[in-house]
Design a protein around this ligand. Structure first.
Ligand SMILES: [Zn+2]
Length: 65
């Protein structure tokens, strides 16, 4: 069995120096570029806000008809 070091963990390309950085690293070890924090919590927050907007707007739209 061949072990590929890149297959074990996800990587992302640094926009500063085009080096593959482990996805769990928030800062590039080569050039020090800081990746913008985009965790699953932030994504959930957007969905909760969108859902609340729909819940508030839907009765409003229905009452306008
Ligand atoms: Zn870099």
């Amino acid at each position: 069995m061949k072990i590929d070091p890149h297959a074990n963990y996800p990587t992302r390309e640094c926009p500063g120096c085009a080096v593959e950085v482990p996805a769990n690293e928030n800062r590039c070890p080569i050039c020090g570029y800081e990746f913008p924090a985009r965790g699953p919590l932030h994504r959930n927050l957007i969905w909760i806000v969108a859902l609340l907007l729909i819940l508030f707007l839907l009765p409003l739209l229905l009452s306008l008809r």
